[in-house]
Ligand binder design. Structure first.
Ligand code: PLP
Length: 290
């Protein structure tokens, strides 16, 4: 099934779409993005994704000329046109074209929106069965005082370097520390650990993406009366964990098997499994109906 794109309102095969070479996303990574997924063919938490997209645009001083109804319409059109059982939807907004000058005022003031549609990715079975392996890279999560990790921009070079290093160490993903050595998140997912029945995840203030899956896992944990610590912790704490998992829109909770050379679990731990089931039940109860 070939991926599709809606570029500036026109639906076409992805590989026929063209963006000019003086587009600022290409020149400077001056863009932002979101990934929306479907379940039973229906997108979920679209409003959360659009809110985060708007927050990033605001942070980048990039006025968006489109309302949420327009975004939802594009998403629906592409999902229907692709006709996959479940769809990965990537929304990319670039600030537009410019004249090779980084100054925002040099942009043409015509942001470009692309919606890419392809079948939902399939992760290796071993990652669900045994868990994903993580390694801690030398490269740190960028400080919230630089380009804030809370902005979901098209500039992922920091995370790209972290993933490269983790793979060089034989792991499948990176567990990234902040400049002070606190645990932050993985390269495209948030990180949770369970210790003595308490669910831990780094606070937003450490400098992480405000993951939508993270938010709903915290909500579901509260509903299940599972104690939660949204607090700073270190790698030494992770080594003592009883369970760990990473969370993202595409994965829900994926168990973590190892962090560096320390085994922290094999497959889903009991609490992770309970949370994951409750999370997907919540998703199923909140599929978008438009
Ligand atoms: C750096 C980073 N952290 C966390 C996440 C998970 O976010 P969400 O749960 O909203 O998909 C992502 C998703 O792409 C990400 O890129």
């Amino acid at each position: 099934m070939s991926p599709l794109v809606i570029l500036n309102g026109d639906l076409m095969p992805l590989f026929e779409a063209r963006v000019p070479l003086n587009d600022r996303s290409f020149l400077f990574g001056d863009s932002l993005y979101e990934v929306v997924a479907t379940r039973q063919g229906k997108p979920y938490f679209t409003t959360d994704h659009l809110e985060r997209l708007r927050a990033t645009a605001h942070g980048l001083h990039l006025p968006l000329p489109w309302d949420n109804g327009w975004f939802e319409q594009q998403i629906r059109t592409g999902i229907d046109a692709l006709g996959a059982a479940d769809t990965y939807v990537r929304i990319v907004v670039s600030r537009g074209s410019g004249d090779f000058n980084i100054d925002i005022d040099a942009a043409d003031g015509q942001p470009l929106a692309a919606f890419i549609f392809k079948p939902a990715p399939v992760f290796p079975a071993a990652q669900w069965d045994t868990g994903v392996t993580l390694a801690v890279p030398e490269t740190r999560r960028n400080s919230p005082k630089s380009l804030p990790p809370a902005f979901k921009t098209g500039n992922y070079l920091n995370n790209i370097l972290c993933l490269y290093e983790a793979k060089q160490q034989g792991a499948e993903d990176a567990l990234i520390l902040d400049l002070e050595g606190h645990v932050t998140e993985a390269t495209t997912s948030n990180f949770f650990m369970v210790r003595d029945g308490v669910l831990w995840t780094a606070p937003l203030s450490v400098g992480i993406l405000d993951g939508i899956t993270r938010k709903y896992f915290l909500q579901v944990a509260q509903q299940l009366n599972i104690p939660v610590q949204e607090a700073l912790f270190t790698l030494e704490d992770v080594y003592q964990a009883d369970e760990a998992f990473v969370s993202s829109t595409l994965k829900g909770a994926m168990p973590v098997h190892k962090v560096n050379d320390h085994v922290v679990g094999t497959g889903y731990g009991a609490l992770t499994r309970t949370l994951n089931e409750a999370y997907w039940a919540y998703v199923d109860a909140h599929l978008d109906s438009y």
